[in-house]
Ligand binder design. Sequence first.
Ligand SMILES: *Cc1c(COP(=O)(O)O)cnc(C)c1O
Length: 236
Amino acid sequence: MSLEENIRKVRENIAAAAREVGRDPGEITLVAATKVQSDDTVRAAIAAGVTVCGENRVQEMTAHLDADAYAGAKLHFIGHLQTNKVNKVVGRVDLIESVGSEHLLEAIDKQAAKLGLVQDVLLEVNVGGEESKSGVAPEAVWALARKALELPNVRLRGLMAIPPVAGEEGNRGFFRKMRQLFVDIKRKMGDNEADMDCLSMGMSGDYMDAVREGATLVRVGTALFGARPPMRPKAE
Ligand SMILES: *Cc1c(COP(=O)(O)O)cnc(C)c1O
């Protein structure tokens, strides 16, 4: 299938899953996970209607930015971000989805202050409690959200999660847990409650379940672009 057809199919699936649970499909944004794709593929995806690209490596993202490949779309950073690279990301993306520590939050705030802007962020939650994954533990999300409220140059927009590789039962339980956490944190945000409009969860294998459980952003790569080649070695 062509990229256009894949995008249409994924959009249809999102809309169908939304309607199943009485949601307006317009509440859900497809984020195209463009890692390892070429500048031309990124441009083709945007020409075919993709409105948001998600990148998870700083170096690839910088190359695409230099080539102006994201023109016409928004850009989210969805990967692991090291504090020493915040200067390459803050102010260059619309949303940093993957903030999992106070240390990183502070570094982002500092860089945003330097640039005189407010950076939108999501907190990444390690919802499966996996040793290997970054993200803040569910019990510690509120403390980190409170920290975000104290920092003038970051704006907390919601939560993001990458659940464990699903077994037979799928990830619905984790998605449901994320939804509850999201509602709970949002309620506690007081005057800033209205800023909390993003719940990012669901990838190629499970985005329909994520939509059924309340996702507003789904990050989809393989179902749009096909299987990725093995990760290229880091050229640094
Ligand atoms: C690659 C990636 C995705 C998309 O994964 P697919 O299974 O290819 O849809 C989603 N989120 C993050 C953080 C990713 O790195």
